[in-house]
Design a protein around this ligand. Structure first.
Ligand code: AMP
Length: 494
């Protein structure tokens, strides 16, 4: 049977980081550092486009930022403005064709686009545009924006971008580069983060920077100025910074998972420290699911801040009982005589001296399929732990994300069809506790209902038109049975 994700894959931009700089003599190097700091948001491909004032220069490749952008490559990217992108996509198309930023040459000139997020009506638009003769170069939803932009009758690019944005639905934090402008735009619900900063110039003239996360500014010594507002497009040119509100604001739908897992803890996301949110999640988790134990052990790296909060709240020692190898390349040679839990062992190894005879609380940020967590529990037991209690710093993940976080299909999400008790059994743990939805809201300081939590509720804030479309695509799936519409609730906004 065709799964939702098979249908959606061709349009997915899962896990992305975007960056832009304007007015810096070494723009390509600044963009390189910017996306280097955003590497955690995507490790499959990366790209940088620069402008020398009249021409755009591009380099994109599969792989990680530091291996792609060697000195000679950066030297071939001249100019004082640049955008960069890091991308990750598990299932489906990893091809270089879909690596970003895209560069197009249209009636509005040469334009480069980098996108974080996922459009929920891209399939619909693509079908309509292809009927009218548009020829798509990629499988990416971002390209829909480009075609809509080219069709706009607006007199300038800001107007054309506004026209395009007002026809698409879903999540987009975008950086767009032309010969002499840098745009940064965020969808009217503000699903994904995007921040504006200032980089002090050597000769007194400051450069402007935009990034998915503030940790990119820290590396550059740039000053955080503000968020790009939902429904706002900022145009940066030699005449300065101009703010254009292309759409009336809609109820905010900031991705709560950015605070749970996705962003770096040293970033400020949606105006709040990610580390503060995660430590608070750990504290609330300890209150909601207390347990008599000897040590609190994080699953590194994502579980660390929550484990710190848990340990502080519970008054139980925090110990680094699992050590992570950070230097895993892309391919491994597996021994032919299979080693049990090989994949997880490459990444994590227990400190036996800490675990032996102990009642251990394992803290992690989330359970997706449950397969990794199960292996970790087994590993900790084999290291001598007497009891293993799993504590998860988010509610059960029951529903896929359609707004730019890579999650598997509903069927693959263990919590979509299993109770915490059943999951506990599957993991082989002595107990399992998830933080509640109200604690999660409290931890991210959401008093106004400004967050999207579809992955925990199955309630989606936009229509999911894309689910109905792939029959007319050119991906060889013609004639496939129309997929069933996902059992989702859609809140319609008037
Ligand atoms: P599993 O037990 O197989 O469900 O794996 C759980 C692990 O996956 C946790 O350590 C999470 O930090 C990690 N994780 C959660 N969400 C994602 C995601 N969207 N992409 C990759 N890893 C994730």
């Amino acid at each position: 049977m065709t799964s939702e994700l098979d249908i959606l894959d061709d349009h997915f931009h899962d896990h992305c980081g975007v960056f832009g700089v304007f007015g810096h003599p070494e723009a390509s190097k600044v963009a390189y550092l910017g996306i280097y700091a955003l590497q955690h948001r995507g490790q499959e491909s990366a790209g940088i486009i620069t402008s020398d004032g009249s021409e755009l220069h591009a380099h994109k490749a599969m792989g990680q930022v530091a291996e792609i952008f060697q000195p000679a490559v950066l030297a071939s990217l001249p100019g004082s403005s640049a955008i960069g992108h890091t991308r990750y996509s598990t299932a489906g198309d990893k091809a270089l064709m879909n690596a970003q930023p895209f560069v197009i040459d249209c009636n509005k000139g040469k334009i480069a686009v980098a996108h974080n997020g996922n459009l929920t009506n891209a399939g619909d638009w693509r079908r309509k545009l292809e009927h009218k003769g548009s020829i798509f170069q990629t499988n990416s939803d971002t390209e829909v924006i480009v075609h809509l932009l080219a069709k706009s009758q607006a007199r300038n690019l800001s107007g054309a971008l506004g026209d395009a944005f007002n026809q698409v639905e879903g999540a987009y934090s975008l950086v767009i580069l032309t010969a002499d402008e840098l745009f940064a735009a965020r969808d009217p619900r503000g699903f994904r983060p995007l921040v504006l900063g200032k980089l002090p110039g050597v000769n007194g003239s400051d450069a402007w920077v935009v990034a998915s996360e503030t940790c990119a500014f820290d590396l550059l010594n740039a000053r955080y100025v503000r968020e790009i507002e939902p429904g706002e497009m900022v145009r940066i040119s030699r005449s300065g910074v101009e703010s254009i509100h292309f759409a009336p604001p809609k109820p905010r739908q900031q991705c709560i998972f950015e605070h749970v897992y996705f962003s770096r803890p040293d970033s400020v996301i949606f105006g709040r420290s990610v580390n503060d949110s995660r430590e608070m999640l750990g504290r609330l988790l300890a209150r909601e699911h207390p347990v008599a134990a000897d040590i609190i052990v994080p699953v590194p790296d994502s579980g660390v801040p929550a484990a710190v909060g848990f340990a502080m709240e519970a008054g139980i020692p925090f110990r680094m009982g699992l050590i992570r190898n950070h230097y895993i390349g892309r391919t491994f040679i597996e021994p032919s005589q299979a080693i049990r839990d090989f994949g997880v062992k490459l990444k994590l190894n227990p400190v036996r001296e800490l675990m032996a005879g102990k009642r251990v609380v394992l803290v992690d940020d989330s359970i997706v399929r449950g397969t990794t967590s199960r292996k970790i529990v087994r590993m900790v037991r084999e290291a001598g732990a007497r009891e293993v209690h799993v504590r998860i710093s988010c509610p059960p993940t029951i529903s896929p994300c359609y707004y730019g976080v890579d999650t598997p299909t509903r069927e693959e999400l263990i919590a979509s069809s299993h109770s915490p008790e059943e999951i506990c059994k599957f993991l082989g743990a002595d107990s399992l506790g998830y933080v509640s939805m109200s604690a999660l809201k409290q931890a991210v300081a959401d008093t106004a209902g400004d967050f999207c939590s579809s992955c925990y509720t199955g309630v989606y804030p936009t229509d999911l038109v894309q689910l109905e479309v792939r029959e007319t695509s050119s991906n060889g799936k013609e004639g496939a049975p129309a997929p069933e519409k996902a059992p989702v609730t859609v809140i319609r906004e008037s």
